[in-house]
Design a protein around this ligand. Sequence first.
Ligand code: CAA
Length: 256
Amino acid sequence: MSDTILLERRGRVALITLNRPEALNALNEAMMNEVVDAARELDRDPSVGAIIITGSARAFAAGADIKEMAGQSYLDMYAADWFARWSELARVRTPLIAAVAGYALGGGCELAMLCDFILAADTAKFGQPEMKLGVIPGIGGSQRLSRALGKAKAMEMILTGRTMDAAEAEQSGLVARVIPADQLLEEAFATATTIASRSLPVAMLAKECVNAAFETTLTEGVHFERRLFHSLFATQDQKEGMAAFIEKRDPRFTHK
Ligand code: CAA
């Protein structure tokens, strides 16, 4: 039984809802453990083809839990390796979508960026306001925001702590799409269902390729992609996908 999240399944799509409304979904240690444990368990389940992480209409998450952190010493933070478990989300192989409405600040913005892509409600507000608290981003914000926005905007966001609205986030490449707030979840489910209707192992390899673009050189990344492309000809889903096209019918992927 989870205290800080809700779990729902619709067909091959799983939904994780952050559920600490009284604290605008501030990310405390319990929530980190529950989100990461849930995502890892769903990742091991081949009947799950896509995972959505969402919050409430008011807040995706207003950051790491400031009240939980405020009294910690350097040694407390170091010994606990505070926030380290969030990095486990980057190793989830099942496609992971953030559906963001309202505040996605500090750790909330970082959690959204840990997902494969962000769908934003028109109410979404992104920011890294840690410097207002005398700290810096701690769940990868300085790295992922810089890759998503480029140096100028990432520097300005982190050094000033200003928030970015959904329209600017879309223009800047932080989010994949902006959706009217009252349609966010339905649209996230529709997108996730499309992804989950395809071959799961192929989606996992596609993720590996896109992620490699942020970790390696162009030559090595293209080589890696081509090797994985070749390897897919060992799958039944490649045979089925191409046969279905030629026979002018919908493919029936078996994830094999
Ligand atoms: N941690 C703990 N509690 C939080 C919180 C947070 N990050 N954000 C909001 N809350 C709590 C508030 O303390 C308040 O609780 P009480 O009712 O018990 O006082 C409740 O949520 C509602 O918040 P507000 O009354 O402040 O709501 P508002 O509408 O006036 O303001 C807000 C909304 C602008 C988002 C404001 O809550 C805010 O600025 N929150 C903090 C944002 C922030 O600094 N985030 C970064 C955290 S540090 C971090 O994330 C480090 C990292 O890199 C991982």
